[in-house]
Design a protein around this ligand. Structure first.
Ligand SMILES: N[C@@H](CCC(=O)N[C@@H](CS)C(=O)NCC(=O)O)C(=O)O
Length: 319
């Protein structure tokens, strides 16, 4: 785990001293857009863009889900980093099947320096790379899934829309709530270094989960009856919750399996064709338990729990 400062790698953990024991996630710095328009700076084209992910990372997982649902697998190739993220940050390990398919880099930070030799900041996944201009288009998953949702439709012929015009305000509102209290909420519990901060974040997380449990008793999805981007953004946290966050991040008031509606909902999403194969539980567990020695000193990976996301659900036909 580290930080690039003016293109030089520094092995360093998140600095929570400066924030009173509170974890703060820094903003992504590459925020360009691939557009359907052939005259755009980054026009949508088959085989031009390459996606760098970790199977472990919930933000990268969203992009893999959209690549799958939007039929982009033939058009956007993927490189997957090794699940362990330690003193060199994210690394490739080609002998173990985690190679950089495009540049054969050893470390992900080399990719950031290739885009900008003076780059200063965190080296995160996902990254959408433009192989024509040799630069990073975007390292913000929220933007990448929007590009995948609409900008390649003329190439794929896939017009599924998870961010429909008429629902955008509602989706943006629920996304903000889910990001603050749940997606990032579990990290704020796990990386807190003050007891009171941890307890405050824990209370916020579970009152948000309680609220969504109620909502999902009344409606099939977060925005009514229609499956949207908001559901996929929640899914990647819920699917990791019982196996990782509950114990590793100490978010242990309840498991998702203890919430009848959330548990039904996460199984329904998991069973959408193609989604199970984007959910690589072995990498997820190895990453979290193995990459944060400050909260799990011996880096042992718990063997359980037994989780069966393939049990039948009651949310009907989804896609
Ligand atoms: N804003 C980013 C956040 C991505 C992110 O924080 N990824 C984590 C992995 S789960 C990462 O790569 N962290 C490395 C680091 O912070 O050094 C996004 O949503 O794309």
């Amino acid at each position: 785990m580290g930080l690039l400062i003016e293109g030089k790698w520094h092995d360093q953990w998140y600095d929570t001293d400066a924030t009173g024991g509170r974890f703060e996630r820094s903003a992504a710095q590459f925020r360009n857009w691939v557009e359907a328009d052939a005259d755009a700076d980054f026009p949508a084209q088959s085989k031009r863009y390459h996606l760098y992910v970790s199977y472990a990372c919930p933000w990268a997982h969203r992009t893999l889900i959209f690549r799958k649902l939007k039929g982009l697998e033939k058009h956007i190739d993927v490189s997957v980093v090794h699940p362990l993220m330690l003193e060199n940050g994210w690394e490739f390990a080609p002998q173990q099947g985690y190679g950089d398919q495009l540049h054969q880099h050893a470390y992900l930070h080399q990719l950031y320096c290739q885009a900008n030799p003076e780059y200063s900041g965190r080296v995160t996944v996902p990254v959408l790379w433009d192989s024509q201009q040799h630069t990073v288009v975007s390292n913000e998953s929220a933007d990448i899934i929007r590009m995948f949702n609409s900008e390649f439709d003329a190439i794929t012929g896939n017009t599924l829309d998870f961010y429909p015009e008429s629902k955008r305000t509602e989706i943006d509102d629920i996304n903000a709530f889910v990001y603050e209290h749940i997606n990032n909420g579990v990290y704020k519990c796990g990386f807190a270094t003050e007891q009171s901060v941890y307890e405050e974040e824990y209370d916020r997380l579970f009152s948000a989960l309680d609220e969504l449990e109620q909502k999902l008793a009344q409606q099939r999805f977060l925005v009514g009856d229609q499956l949207t981007e908001a559901d996929w953004r929640l899914f990647t946290t819920l699917v990791r919750f019982d196996a990782v966050y509950y114990s590793h991040f100490k978010t242990n008031r309840k498991r998702i399996i203890d919430y009848p509606n959330l548990w039904d909902y996460v199984r329904a999403l998991y069973q959408v064709p193609g989604i199970a194969e984007t959910t690589v539980m072995a990498d997820i567990k190895q990453h979290y338990y193995g990459s944060h020695p400050m909260i799990n000193a011996n880096q042992l990976v718990p063997k359980g729990p037994d989780l069966d996301f393939s049990q039948p659900h009651n949310r009907g036909q989804i896609l």
